[in-house]
Design a protein around this ligand. Structure first.
Ligand SMILES: Nc1ncnc2c1ncn2[C@@H]1O[C@H](COP(=O)(O)OP(=O)(O)OP(=O)(O)O)[C@@H](O)[C@H]1O
Ligand SMILES: Nc1ncnc2c1ncn2[C@@H]1O[C@H](COP(=O)(O)OP(=O)(O)OP(=O)(O)O)[C@@H](O)[C@H]1O
Ligand SMILES: [Mg+2]
Ligand SMILES: [Mg+2]
Lengths: 253, 253
């Protein structure tokens, strides 16, 4: 069953929002979904109302705690979570010092893979050791691309990084797709950026475009996905459509 | 003259946008301003239309090139830039391996400080070695806080980190102020978050609130600050007001 890294070194582009909401809709469609929070900010963990606790991903990566012991239930149907904690901020250096830094997460998740239809790895906004671990553990990468000029600039660099990971540590790493986020139909900039991305990466860009929708940014304060917070919002419709598109391209169900 | 780190580990909160536009208005008021791009994404560098080249901050930090040799002019009056490059992505590990990782930037900038009225350090969205270098090199921290729930969650953690830096590596590190960004007057969420921040940190929150304004996100595609792109926009007005507030609280002029 597929493991997807949701990654983009540009900050604030909708990685966490995509992991939680896409996971929730796939869970609602009957899939068993595991979300792995790889970010020391622990935003996926906080989004789902889960308190930071031990063991978290930090203990799995640095202390060898079995991943299955760190997995917790969430209030979202079909979705379980391997939570993060602030300690992950030190994991880059600590994993580097072990000498075998890049394959630790892949190994840790190996025993879990066949229990889930989908695994999503929420990456931090950097290309450090923890993100590289996620790119090595993943079968494919899902890249949220904010409809902003500065977000466009980093896309080519990210694709180069994925090429490098493919030729060094994970030969089978694919780009599963680019999903446009925070699209604001009132601005010319949004459509310019979306057009530019489709032009450069026509086969990789999802049909579904996630609109800017305040309900999406309100949901985390209620500790639940958009599906449980406001399923009739434009944001919810978009993530439902994205889940159907993902399920049709990567049947995990 | 004051050196400010503009930092927040939450991604996409307006760090780069604040560094460039605040720098531009202080330059227009007659100050000599140096912007230091400490982010491997090199967004401040790209925003100002400067091509990545050697030497950049990477060569200054890792190869000991004098900072003055890496400083370049920009098209913005009164503003010079010490550019970043993608190589900075590796600097966390490389600086760690030198054994004296945290004071390198402070030393590198020491000889430049008296040539500028203000120095702003644009930090990456992480709390890694390069960000710690910036927090050690700085006299004070300016924290952009996006008016979003997820951005609020990380604020307490950032303040704890600043306490830790103050007690270990930089005893005189102050919090210069919190500036609310991307405030959307149409949403209840924005005012709730802004109220929450003012309640927790009343003395630290700037009067000026930066509104969400598409002109701010268009400016980087023209390679210039909002002052040169659209000085009559609401975004420009807000950064002009912020510059006046900063100048009155930290007279560098
Ligand atoms: N489509 C959307 N419409 C409106 N707000 C959104 C949307 N997607 C995300 N947001 C909000 O924008 C902010 C950034 O999103 P999010 O935190 O998911 O991005 P991220 O890429 O995970 O950030 P980081 O780089 O810090 O990990 C959050 O406050 C979120 O609630
Ligand atoms: N007040 C604003 N109104 C509208 N758009 C804004 C505003 N401030 C910033 N932006 C846009 O939001 C995006 C994020 O801002 P920016 O890149 O400055 O944040 P950052 O904190 O530097 O991000 P990173 O964490 O990746 O370094 C950019 O595309 C920028 O153009
Ligand atoms: Mg995130
Ligand atoms: Mg930035």
């Amino acid at each position: 069953m597929p493991t997807f890294a949701v990654a983009n070194q540009k900050g604030g582009v909708g990685k966490t929002t995509t992991v939680v909401n896409l996971g929730a809709y796939l869970g609602a469609l009957g899939a068993r979904v595991l979300l792995v929070d790889c970010d020391a900010q622990a935003n996926t963990t906080g989004f789902l109302g889960v308190d930071e606790a031990v063991p978290s991903l930090y203990e799995v990566l640095v202390e060898g705690v079995p991943a299955v012991d760190a997995v917790v239930a969430t209030g979202t149907k079909g979705v379980e979570l391997l939570p993060a904690s602030a300690d992950l901020a030190g994991a880059d250096i600590e994993l580097f010092q072990t000498g075998q830094p890049n394959g630790v997460l892949k190994e840790a998740l190996a025993s879990l893979r066949d229990q889930y239809s989908y695994i999503f790895l929420d990456c931090p906004p950097s290309l450090g050791v923890v993100t590289v671990n996620a790119l090595v553990a993943a079968d494919a990468v899902l890249v949220p691309v904010q409809c902003e000029y500065l977000a466009l600039e980093g896309l080519a660099r990210l694709m180069n990084t994925l090429d490098r990971i493919r030729s060094t540590a994970n030969p089978s790493l694919q780009v599963f797709g680019l999903v446009m986020t925070m699209y604001d139909a009132r601005t010319v900039l949004s459509s310019q950026v979306a057009e530019e991305v489709r032009r450069h990466y026509p086969a990789l860009t999802f049909e579904t475009v996630i609109p800017r929708n305040v309900r999406l940014s309100e949901a985390p304060s209620f500790g639940c996905s958009i599906l449980d917070y406001d399923p009739y919002s434009r944001g919810a419709e978009a993530y439902r459509a994205l889940a159907l598109e993902v399920a049709s391209r990567a049947p995990g169900l």
